[in-house]
Write a protein that binds this ligand. Structure first.
Ligand code: GLU
Length: 320
């Protein structure tokens, strides 16, 4: 009975990639007649756009996804996150980090760190008390978990066996906001989530989350990471690529059911060539999809949308 969830950030309309992930998350939960929860990840106040709580909920409902109440808003749960951060502080598992993003980027680019990539180079890990006091005078620190290069492996239900080394990641930003990695763990545990389905750009982050579940003595869920949907140019989907949202697809003449048919075909759940999907595709019964879902058989490669699929939106008002 894997209790499932979808956890979008209400920063814009959902695009077809988001809808595809939501569909898998919903099907996986409903396959076992299980609870499915909607959670808005809305802690980034500067990025949240109030109208998109509704637009996202409406678009999910329009393609047949329902959820069990109550809908959770992270912005209303700051006390819970503060409590978890306090526990990490009290157990001496975190340290203050005064680095700016730019400093981290530059440290990672230094010649002796040619392979460090985006990982935190450890600049503030071993500052003395005096150094911390001195830096505190001019900057508010973020809090990072001292991971000691721990590796955490897991069996992803879509991607297979995975293991990543966990760098010292942020659990509280320097403006005091709890960071994604902390809140996702706290909320998934608090909501009793048993299966996390999300896009596979978060695959590597899962090792961070598994470490946090341990440090906070919480039970970790299972994970299933769905490959991204990309634009024809290989980039992440964005408005500039054309008809990427449900509203765009509808404006281009498709019904929400046809969008579901396209998404289901792209996941191999119905036997239609994705590239041929679109207006001529029969509407798919969601209940039938529930029994068709096999997470282990989902495609492991990103879905690159064909240019003609996104071209539909070019109406008069959009043309340049
Ligand atoms: N809010 C994240 C996103 O929209 C999803 C995080 C998660 O599912 O854990 O990409």
């Amino acid at each position: 009975m894997p209790v499932g969830r979808f956890a979008p950030s209400p920063t814009g309309r959902l695009h077809v990639g988001n809808l595809r992930t939501a569909l898998v998350a919903w099907l996986a939960a409903r396959a076992d007649d299980s609870r499915f929860l909607l959670r808005f990840e809305d802690l980034d106040a500067a990025a949240v756009l109030a109208e998109h709580y509704r637009s996202q909920a409406d678009d999910l409902a329009a393609i047949g996804i329902d959820w069990d109440e109550p809908v959770l808003h992270q912005s209303e749960r700051l006390e819970l996150y503060r409590h978890a951060i306090d526990r990490l502080v009290e157990a001496d598992l975190v340290y203050p980090c005064f680095c700016s993003r730019r400093e981290i980027r530059e440290a990672a680019r230094a010649p002796n760190r040619a392979h460090a990539g985006h990982r935190y180079p450890g600049t503030c890990r071993d500052l003395s008390t005096a150094q911390r006091a001195e830096r505190s005078a001019t900057r508010d620190p973020a809090l990072r978990v001292r991971t000691g290069g721990a590796v955490r492996g897991f069996e992803d239900l879509v991607a297979g066996p995975m293991a990543f080394e966990v760098d010292d990641f942020v659990v509280r930003r320097n403006d005091g906001t709890p960071a994604y990695h902390l809140v996702v763990v706290v909320d998934d545990a608090a909501q009793g989530i048993e299966l996390v389905v999300r896009a596979d750009d978060l695959l590597e982050s899962t090792s961070r989350h598994l470490l946090l579940y341990e440090l906070l003595e919480l039970t970790a869920p299972a994970h299933a990471h769905v490959p991204l949907v990309l634009a024809p140019d290989g980039d992440r989907l964005a408005k500039r690529h054309g008809a990427v949202t449900l509203a765009d697809r509808v404006a281009a003449g498709e019904s929400p059911g046809e969008v579901v048919a396209f998404l289901a075909a792209s996941l191999g759940l119905v036997d239609i060539e994705p590239s041929a999907a679109g207006r001529v595709v029969p509407v798919v019964d969601l209940a039938a999809l529930v029994s068709a879902l096999d997470l282990g058989a989902l495609p492991r490669e990103p879905l690159i949308l064909p240019a003609h699929y996104l071209a539909g939106q070019r109406t008069n008002s959009d043309s340049e």
